[in-house]
Design a protein around this ligand. Sequence first.
Ligand SMILES: [Zn+2]
Length: 441
Amino acid sequence: MTSTAFVGVTVIPMDRPGPVSGRTVVTDGDRITAIGPSSGIELAEGTTVIDGAGRYLLPGLADMHVHLGMWDPDPGHLALYLAEGTTVVRCLSGSITNARWRDQVRAGELIGPTILTSGPTIIGGIDGGDDELAKLPIVQPGSVAEVIDEVRAQAAGWADLIKVYDGLAPDVYLAAIETAKAEGMYVTGHLLDELPLDDIAAAGLDEVAHLDELNYHHWRGTPDQPGFALDWDAIPATARLLAETGMTVVSNLSADESMAELLADTDRVLARPEYRVVRPEVMAAWRHGRQTGVFEGQGPYRRDLELPFFKALLDGLRSAGVRILVGTDTSPLVEGAVPSKIHRELELLVESGHSPFEALTAATVNAADVVADMGRDGGFGRIVPGHRADLLLLGGNPLDDIGQTRNRVGVMARGTYHTQQRLDELLGRYLAGHAPTGVGR
Ligand SMILES: [Zn+2]
C-alpha cells in the first residue's frame, strides 16, 4: 500500500477540543504516520496527495449497535456503512459469518468497515420451529449451568463481547453477566425488567445496549392505562448510578424516533430516499410492521411523551459523565433503522444537549475506548500517529454544524481512500443486485 497525504486540511483530531488548520496528515499502510503543519512535512516520493484546502478531516464514525448478517447475508451491504462514513461497526447478534467478514475486512479481502461482533445473543422465551430458530443468531440457555457453559464457550471462541437479552430467568441473566466478567469479556445487553438496575450494575454489566431500556425503570403503569406516567424526577439518580458504576449507554434515539414517525404515517415515511437501501422483502415487512402493529395507537404517546423523556434522560447521562456511544440498531426487525441514521443520531444528541464536539466524541473517542475495554484494538477514533487510518474528509466544519457529517468528500478505511463518488457507485452496485426494477426506488 502506498502512502497517502491529506495536504492543507483542517484537522479535528478529537483528542482535544477544536480544529487545527493548515495541517498535513500522512498515512502509510493502515496507520496514521505523521501530522504537522503543511509547510513542515516533506512527502516521500510516490505519496498520493489529496487536497485538503477548505476541508475538514475527522476520524471515521463508529456505529456500535448493528445486526449485520440479519440485515443481509450478502457482505456487499457493508458498503452501506462505508458510504455513510461509518468505518467501525459492532454487531450485537453475532454469528460465525459475521466473524468471518470481520477477519476478511481485516485481511483486506472484503471492502467494509472494521467489524467487531458479539457471540450469539443470549436470550430466553423465543418460541418457534427448530428450523426457524436455528437460523437466528441466538442461544437459549435454560439454566445457570447451561449459561455458564455457553458464556465460557463464547469467550474461548470468535466473540469479541457477550450480549444478553430479554426473556432470561433473573438468575440465568445475572450468571451470564458474572461469567462474562470472570472470563474477562465485555458484556452489553438489555436490562431485565424484573431486576433493579442496582443489581444488574452490581453483577457487572458493562453497557446498556439501548438508552430506551432504561425506560422500564422510569415507568409508572403502561401507556394504555389511566394514570400512566414517566418518572422524570428519577433521572438524576439513574444517571448517578450509571456514572458511579462506570456503565456505558448506547444512544439509539433515531430508532425510537423512526418508530414514532412510522406509527404516524408508515407509507409516507418509508417513501423517503433514505429507505431506498432497504431490501424489498424487509420493506414489505416494515409496511406491515411487526412493531408498528404491536404499538398501534402509541404514536402520539411516543412522539409527545417518550421521545422528550429520552432526550432529557440522555442529557442527564451526559451531565453526569456517563459514557455514551451511538448506534443505529440497523436490523430487519427494527422498522426504520438504517445505516444512514448515524447522522440523525448525532443530530439527536445535539438536540438533547450535547455540544457537537461531545456528540462526535460519542461516535469516535468513546467507541475506541470501549473497544479497548473489550480487549481489542482501540487505536482509532482520534487523529494521532499510530492510530488506524479511518478518516472522513468533510466539506464543512461539523463542530459548527453537526449535519456536516453528511457532507463527505471521501472516506478512508484502514488506509484505503475512497472518494464519496466511488462509495456511491459501490452502493449503487449493491442496490442493483437486490432492487426490483423501478418499483418505489
Ligand atoms: Zn439491536
